[in-house]
Every structure is written in C-alpha cells, then in structure tokens.
Design a protein around this ligand. Structure first.
Ligand code: ADP
Ligand code: MG
Length: 697
C-alpha cells in the first residue's frame, strides 16, 4: 500500500482545509522547490497549475476512497496526476495506475506525452490500451491509459479490477455511456475493495452531485476493519486555472452554412488579427475534410494574401503522423489552423491557440426507442460546451472566440448542460456487457442517470430476437457469451458468428472491419464525378457490402499500395486500419475456437450472414421514383437510400441497411438487396410473431 501520509506521522506542512461535507478544498501551496538539476520537462511540469496541488492531491487520495478533481483544460490533470501517483508509490508491488479517457485518440496522445515526459518508451512503464490495440507490458507498465470501454471489458475477466491501485476516470463531465457505466460499477467495486482509490476528474463537473453519488454508504459501513480504510466521504479539489480572458463575438444574423461561415471567419482572422493559431470547431470528419479542402483551395487562389496558413484537421481516427503534426509547434511566420471535432473541447490541449471559431454544433447520438432508430445528429451544443470551446482561446494569452451563431441563440436555444449519453443511446451493448458481468437487475442498479425504461425494453427485445438473450433475459450459450466476447456492435458480432456456420467468415470479417472504420472513401463535399465513377468500377449488384469486398480484393492485388488508393479515391489510412482490424478479428474468432473459411463467389451466403445480424434493419420499397421511398419493416419509418450507396437510384424492392443517417431525411447507409424470404428464415420469431401484419412473402 502506498504511504504518502499516514496518521501518526508528520502531516504535510501546507495548510489544508478539508471540508468533511465534501466542500471545495482550498489549499495554500508551499513555494515550489528550486529547479536545480531538472530536465526541461521537469520545469515545464512544475509550471502547470496542478503542480501547486501535488501534495494536496496525494494527501486526499491517500485519505479518501474517492477524490473529485475539477480543473481547467490544460491545467495538467491528465498528464500529471498519474505521474504524481507513481512517484508516491501507488504503482509499487506490481500494481498499476489506470487513467481512462472517453476517446481513443486522447488515450494515445496523452500516453505518448507522459512517456515523453518520463523519458520512457510507450508500452513500457507508460502504456495504453484501446480496442484492438494493446501497448502495455505486463509487470512493467505502471501507468496505463485506456478508454473507459476497454476498462469495462477488462471487468469481464477480472470483475474487481484487482491489478489497479488507483483508477482515474477522466473527462467525467462528458458523461459518455461508458463513463457512466464505469462509474456505476466502480462504486460497487469500491465496496469490495476498500483499498482501491478512485479519482474522478474533469474540466467542468457538477462536483456536488458526483460526490453525492459516491457518498451512499453509511459512515460505519464498509469500515468494519477498524479505522485503517480510507474515508468513504468523497473529497473535492478544485484546481485554480490560469486562463486568460477571451473576448466573445457573435454573428448578427444566423448563418445558413456554418461550414462556409467557418472558412470565411478563418480567412478574416488571418487577414486582420495578429499572430496566433486558430482552432475551429466543426462536427465530424466529413465537414472537417470539406473545410480543409475549401481553405486550402482558397489559400492557393489568393496566394499572397493567405500565405502562411497551415491547415490541419483533428478527429478520432486520424493517423499517428497527422496527430503529431497537431502538436508540433507552429513554425515562425506561419499560422496554424486546426479544424476539429469536439475532441479539442477538453480532452486535448493545443498550445498556441489564440482564436477559436465555434460552429455551435457537434455530432451527437440520439436514440428513439419507439422507432428504434439511433442517429448521429448534428445538433446544437450546450452552453457549458460553448464556454469550454471559448476557453481554448485563452491558454497562452488573451484570445478571441468567434461564435457562428447569434447571441439570442446562445441565450435561448442552447441547453445549459448536455444530456448524458445513457439517456440518449441505444442500450444494446450496454445490456450485454452488464449481463456478461452477471448484473441482471439493470434498472434497479445505481446509475448516475437512469437509463430510460423504454430503451431498456427495446434493447432486451433486440437481444432476444438475435438469440443473444433467452426468455429469462440471460445470455444464451454459446451465442450470447460469444457475442459478449467480441468488442463490436452485437448485430455485427451475430453476423460474424452466423458466417461461421454459412462458411463465409473470411468475407464477413472483411465487411465487419470496413463497417467499423469511418469510411473507406476519401471524403468530398457534395457529389464528385471522379469518385462516382470509381465507385461504379467496384459496384456490385448486391449492394455496398459486396462492393466493399471488391475494393478490399483490389487493394490486396495492388500490393496494398497507397498510390493505388490515391488514384481510386480510397482512403489509404482507412484501408490500413481495415487490414489491421481484420487480423485482430481473425485472432479473436480463433480464440473462440472458430477457423475462418471463405465462400469464394457465393454472395448469397454473405448476404444471409448479414441478415442474421441486421434483419431488424429491413425495409421495403414503397414508392418507385428516381430515389424511391422505403418504409422500415420495424416501425414503418420513411427512409431513403443514401446517395453514397452503390444502390442509390437502383431501387431494389427489399433491402437491409447498416445504419440510418438523418439530415433532411432518414437515409439508409450501406445497403444490400435481399430476398424477403431470408428474413423469415433468419428470424422467424421476429417476423412472424411480432409483425403479423407483414404480408407472408
Ligand atoms: P488537462 O488534463 O488538465 O486538460 P493535460 O494534462 O492534458 O491537462 O495537459 C497539461 C499540459 O501539458 C498542457 O497545457 C500542455 O502544455 C502540455 N501537453 C499535454 N499534451 C501535450 C502534447 N501532446 N504535446 C505537447 N504538450 C502537451
Ligand atoms: Mg485532460
């Protein structure tokens, strides 16, 4: 057990006001020690706001089971606190300090930063684990960064997470589904493992409600073993940031095209404002890539006026090389423009940003349990997010934030806080994971936000129809347990398991890998002749999934050439990921005792395997027109084939889609034509009992 301070020994000298009620703790820091003999990193580390609180943090973690730490983005929470814990001995005796992040990109990025500060290689003393990538070394790794989803998965093999001495749940304010799930489960683990310490950290947080959540045991409960356990009363520490003031500008009239408006704002800043980097918040890879393209074109056309612009994009799924560029200091005489998703809102610190352009939107998950449709929707951000975004301009000196929405919109239309993801998500994966952990009464469990009962019922229904859960809502054997082992959407996992029986697992694994990357095509704005022509070359009459197989085959034949990808409007980086993910999936199914086989040209087997997972996503053509209207079998929702599909304007009578995307209409993404009799074969219970009104095919 790490001993930073123990009752009976000399207390830390500084003045601590530890409010037993869980109030904010103020701390008068001792003067920092002289920088004699330190490396340059050491000096940088000491300059971070969190350094003044080092003693306080270690004291609180030692004394309290749970410590809640709130501090400005960039104050050093993520990179420093795990190091402090290690220095204080929390990683001795083979134990590990864990720090979770909601996003993979931040996991990789902070791990490499911390490794660099400690002068070690990533994967040794400092490591990370994300889905399909484990850069840790058992027995050597002391600080481990990981996504909260991966930590949840680790619980399946080690329910009490025994190898960790401290678990820091970072970015808790994001309230991602996995973070909330993790917090609920960690609270239970704490009861069984009083020696475990939790740190919950974030940029903004309702610290009181978080503290109330963790303060449920009675004072004498759980402390049966005399008084040597930590205080179960959560402590709260607030790190005083040193952000500079940021001046806010609004547009006078609402803008109709935030992408164009963002590009214009950047050009104006570049023309009128003194040096300093620009951070632009857009919503996703597609509009970010489009904005980068527009800015690059613009800069090329008006070379003289716009020279010196260095335009970069930032979203999860970015290659390592591109990520590194983001953090490379801006060369003299240049102005970096980083166009980002909300990943730069709080989870990554970008030095040198002085101007922020905020579109006011982000991509958010919304789930409607009635129609059973989950969508990634471009929706207004919350006021809390808008403030965070603005704050990014004041890291190094006073900055400016240009909001591409009116002040009225900010005041009247933006919600104060976002809705926790647990309340707006499809809960299918959530339910499987809890079932695999042996938690049956999910609604009776203590969550930060209660999952909506309608969504729970829907999830149970879907899982039952996929034969993953049985009538008693228990995991079926072997299907249910195998699905729980595969870290993919359960519908994809089911498709993989059926493919084994149909002898087309090689093909289905390729499809599963391609469906798991953002897009294998380079993104263009609107329609693009060249891209459309190329797609035709790979197009299969069956639909998108089979076309993917053609692309993959051609990619292999090209010798995995980047040149070939470039010529064919295919995203080379995505294809490399597909190859990697395929290997991981092959290894995984082999672990389940399955040997992948190929079905050669038998695309019917492939389509049947897809249906076995996605039968609930069937729709029927209702109205024949250029781009015909379909209705979903499940909820009679009006849907259309997405223009990016090879089946766009083909209008097959019956299709199964992978996902729905809503813009002006509901669009089916990744579509395959099917024979309706396959639906009843794949899921007779689903189609015959639940939908008696469906004509018998
Ligand atoms: P917090 O978690 O409180 O938002 P971090 O620990 O992520 O803060 O960052 C602390 C500081 O470390 C930042 O202000 C920045 O100066 C530096 N830093 C973090 N990550 C990087 C990186 N990848 N490259 C360069 N500097 C970084
Ligand atoms: Mg952080």
């Amino acid at each position: 057990m790490s001993q930073f301070w123990k009752p009976g020994t000399e207390k830390p000298r500084s003045c601590l006001v530890d409010d037993e009620e869980g109030g904010v703790l103020f701390y008068a820091a001792p003067p920092s020690s002289s920088g004699h003999g330190y490396s340059s990193f050491e000096r940088l580390r000491q300059r971070l706001p969190v350094f003044k609180y080092r003693t306080a943090i270690l004291y609180l973690v030692e004394k309290h089971a749970t410590t809640i730490i709130v501090g400005e983005t960039g104050s050093g929470k993520t990179t420093q606190i795990p190091q402090y814990l290690k220095e204080a001995g929390w990683a001795e005796g083979g134990r590990v300090i864990a720090c979770t992040q909601p996003r993979r990109l931040s996991v990789q990025s902070v791990a490499s930063r911390v490794a660099e500060e400690m002068g070690v290689k990533v994967g040794e003393e400092v490591g990370y684990t994300i889905r399909f990538e484990d850069k840790t070394n058992q027995g050597v790794t002391k600080i481990k960064f990981l996504t909260d989803g991966v930590l949840l998965r680790e619980m399946m093999n080690d329910p009490l997470l025994t190898k960790y001495s401290v678990i820091m749940v970072d970015e808790a304010h994001e309230r991602s589904l996995s973070t909330d799930t993790l917090l609920g489960l960690l609270k239970k683990i704490q009861r069984r493992r009083p020696e475990l310490r939790l740190i919950i950290s974030s940029a903004t947080i309702e610290a009181k409600s978080m503290s109330n959540f963790f303060r449920t045991r009675k004072k004498n409960d759980g402390q049966a073993s005399e008084d040597n356990g930590p205080n179960i009363e959560p402590s709260i520490l607030s790190v005083e940031g040193k952000g500079f003031p940021v001046e806010i500008f609004y547009v006078e009239e609402p803008v109709s095209d935030y992408l164009r408006a963002a590009v214009d704002a950047v050009l104006l800043i570049h023309e009128k404002e003194p040096v300093g980097d620009v951070l632009v918040f857009l919503t996703g890879q597609d509009d970010i890539d489009a904005a980068v393209q527009l800015l690059t074109d613009e800069a090329r056309e008006t070379t003289r006026r716009h020279s010196g612009l260095l335009v970069l994009s930032l979203y999860s799924g970015l290659s390592r090389a591109d990520q590194d560029l983001i953090f490379t200091p801006t060369p003299k005489g240049k102005r970096k423009v980083i166009i980002s998703t909300n990943i730069a809102e709080t989870s990554l610190t970008l030095e040198g940003v002085v101007y922020v352009v905020d579109s006011g939107f982000s991509k958010q998950r919304f789930y409607n349990p009635i129609s059973d449709i989950e969508n990634l929707v471009v929706a207004p951000i919350s006021k809390a997010s808008a403030r965070q975004r603005a704050g990014r301009a004041g890291r190094v000196r006073p900055g400016k934030c240009f909001r591409l929405y009116t002040e009225d919109f900010f005041v009247q239309d933006m919600p104060v806080e976002g809705i926790p993801e647990m309340q707006r998500s499809n809960l299918v994966s959530f339910v499987i994971q809890l079932k695999a952990l042996g938690i049956d009464n999910i609604l009776g469990f203590d969550w930060l936000a209660l999952p909506p009962p309608e969504s729970m019922i829907r999830a149970l229904e879907v899982l039952y129809s996929l034969e993953i859960l049985d009538e008693d809502a228990k995991l079926t054997s072997p299907t249910g347990f195998q699905v729980a082992e595969i870290p993919l959407d359960p519908m994809i996992s089911k498709m993989i398991l059926t493919a084994d029986a149909l002898g087309c697992l090689e093909e289905i694994i390729t499809i599963a890998a391609i469906l798991s990357v953002q897009s294998i095509w380079v993104s263009v704005r609107g329609t693009h002749k060249g891209l459309d022509e190329v797609k035709l070359r790979f197009a299969a009459a069956e639909g998108d999934h089979v076309s993917f197989l053609n692309v993959y085959k051609a990619f292999l034949q090209s010798g995995k050439s980047s040149q070939w990808c470039y010529k064919n409007y295919i995203n080379y980086h995505s294809m490399k990921k597909v190859v990697e993910m395929r290997e991981q999936l092959s290894r995984l199914v082999r672990r389940l005792g399955i040997i992948p086989k190929s079905c050669g040209m038998d695309m019917q087997a492939v389509r049947r395997a897809i249906i076995s997972g996605f039968f609930a996503h069937a729709s029927q053509l209702e109205e024949y027109s250029q781009n015909g209207m379909y209705k979903t079998v499940r909820s009679s929702q009006e849907v259309y084939i997405h223009p990016s599909s090879v089946l766009f304007r083909v209008n097959p009578k019956w299709v199964v889609y992978h996902s729905l995307v809503s813009t002006d209409k509901h669009y089916m993404h990744n579509v395959i034509a099917i024979d309706p009799s396959w639906l009843t074969e794949a899921a007779p219970h689903f189609y015959q009992q639940r939908r008696p009104s469906i004509p018998l095919f």
